[in-house]
Design a protein around this ligand. Structure first.
Ligand code: AMP
Ligand code: ZN
Ligand code: FE
Ligand code: FE
Length: 283
């Protein structure tokens, strides 16, 4: 039991996680989490379902989403907490992102066929079981078909940026993503900042400064891949810009092996006061 902890970054089968929102709520209750947020890629469907599922249980579910945004050095992910699911601007942006994924997914299928890999769009949809299709579903299908042995090989050979089946998709400017989250009454947080730092170590702080000027309110400081040194550096960075330090595991179920709900690789703990800080941000 890990009572008193929270996990504010999780994925359900509404995007590329392997557990349904109901199952996620069940597991969270079983291990004694106090709060979770389902932050699926570019959709709030999982979050809506989890909120319903959690109502008769002790678990608190924070409305959440993880929006892909554009960055010259690569993509970035912006988490939105406490968003209103009914906000027209947010719904419109998520619709554009979903349409962009559909277009990109068809292009990936066409590329794979050109490369001699026999896959169909229908097989990809089946793999995603009705959820938002992401590249991890392509990776799963390629492993399932025996085209590659692992997710890593699928991304390394075909799906990763710069690989032959990689295709761009629509991503809004960070300003638009942040604004949509805030207009919907939400709190905007930069997800796994190390991915931004890794892509452009020298420009990193400038990006955070710029995002802050655009209305960013938080930084995902506590994350399985950050390690003690990075975590401390991000705590200082958050403090410098008056950003809330948030955290979560980026749990995907079996779609991301080694990452467990609530604890990441075993040692991550995010205290409930982070939820209070996020709520305070909105006032
Ligand atoms: P998409 O949003 O459909 O473009 O897919 C991006 C997702 O694929 C990310 O959120 C990661 O979970 C996953 N991903 C990206 N690169 C890799 C990689 N090299 N190995 C494994 N998973 C990856
Ligand atoms: Zn994901
Ligand atoms: Fe992410
Ligand atoms: Fe994520």
């Amino acid at each position: 039991m890990i009572s008193g902890s929270v996990d504010l970054h999780t994925h359900s089968s509404a995007s590329d996680g392997s557990l349904s929102p109901h199952q996620l709520v069940d597991v969270a209750n079983k291990i004694g989490l106090q709060a979770i947020s389902i932050t699926d890629h570019d959709t709030v469907e999982g979050s809506v379902e989890a909120l319903d599922a959690s109502a008769p249980t002790p678990l608190e579910v924070l409305p959440g989403v993880e929006i892909s945004a554009d960055l010259p050095s690569g993509g970035m992910h912006i988490l939105g907490y406490l968003i209103s699911f009914r906000d027209p601007q947010l719904i419109k942006l998520l619709g554009q992102l979903q349409e962009g994924r559909r277009k990109r997914n068809r292009e990936i299928v066409a590329r794979l066929i050109d490369l001699g890999v026999g896959v169909t769009y229908e097989e990809v949809l089946e793999t995603a079981k009705g959820g938002q299709v992401g590249r991890p579903h392509f990776a799963e299908l390629l492993v399932h078909k025996g085209v590659v042995h692992s997710f890593d090989e699928a991304f390394g050979k075909y799906l990763g940026k710069g690989r032959p089946a990689y295709r761009e998709r629509f991503r809004p400017r960070p300003a638009e993503a942040i604004q949509a989250i805030r207009t919907a009454g939400g709190v905007a947080v930069l997800a796994h900042p190390y991915t931004v730092e890794r892509a452009d170590p020298y420009g990193f702080e400038g990006v955070v400064k710029e995002l802050h000027a655009l209305g960013l309110q938080g930084l995902e400081v506590y994350y399985p891949d950050h390690g003690p040194q990075r975590t401390a550096a991000y705590e200082r960075l958050a403090h410098r810009y008056g950003l809330v330090a948030t955290g979560g595991t980026d749990f995907h179920g079996r779609a991301k092996s080694g990452i467990h709900l609530g604890v990441g690789r075993g040692d991550l703990r995010v205290p409930y006061c982070v939820v209070e800080a996020i709520k305070a941000c909105r006032k």
